[in-house]
Write a protein that binds this ligand. Structure first.
Ligand SMILES: CC(C)(COP(=O)(O)OP(=O)(O)OC[C@H]1O[C@@H](n2cnc3c(N)ncnc32)[C@H](O)[C@@H]1OP(=O)(O)O)[C@@H](O)C(=O)NCCC(=O)NCCS
Length: 151
């Protein structure tokens, strides 16, 4: 398994399969996908198939008063490859990227079904459960890399 930077186009098939099943591919294109500080990563199996994806967008989180932050979105592993550490590897990769950018915090709207995945990786749950229309229940989670970023 290897991780490499991928284009936003390369994320679309897995976004469609896992995160927006049954929707048109256009529903899998997210605001900021092509922004200069956005980065997409993919996990590739031995046949170079993309079996895991994650994206990070340089974006403030007003409800946490985080201005200098990255939003993590679009985390997914292929259903046939779950439980093998791919999601964790992708999380570590984006965290290394965010730290290298000297940005002190990362936040995400975590699906309630995936909350344990983030808590397991050291993220803090910082909201009650809320609904995102057409997607489902979520929690706001975050991880700070700097003691100045107190939450
Ligand atoms: C959530 C998801 C990305 C996890 O990917 P994965 O490759 O299976 O995760 P890993 O194998 O790296 O798991 C890492 C750890 O998190 C735990 N974990 C994984 N998914 C979990 C979940 N949904 N709830 C609780 N814990 C979870 C694993 O047991 C493992 O724990 P360990 O380190 O103690 O062994 C994957 O299940 C997925 O794509 N789900 C559907 C889409 C989704 O919900 N994405 C998140 C959107 S916010």
């Amino acid at each position: 398994m290897k991780i490499r930077k991928i284009s936003s186009k390369e994320t679309l098939a897995l976004r469609n399969e896992v995160l927006r099943p049954g929707k048109d591919l256009s529903a899998c294109v997210f605001e900021g996908d092509e922004a200069p500080r956005t980065q997409h990563f993919g996990a590739l199996d031995d046949e170079e198939n993309i079996v895991g994806i994650v994206s990070v967008y340089y974006k403030e989180c007003p409800s946490l008063q985080l201005q200098n932050a990255y939003q993590l979105r679009s985390m997914a592993t292929s259903p046939r490859c779950r439980g093998k550490g791919i999601g964790r590897l992708l999380l570590e990769t984006v965290e290394d990227f965010v730290k290298a950018e000297e940005v002190p915090a990362i936040w995400a709207n975590a699906r309630s079904s995936a909350l344990g995945f983030y808590l397991n990786a050291g993220y803090k749950q910082v909201s009650d459960e809320f609904m995102i229309e057409e997607v489902g229940p979520h929690y706001l989670v975050m991880k700070a890399f700097s003691p100045l970023c107190i939450q």
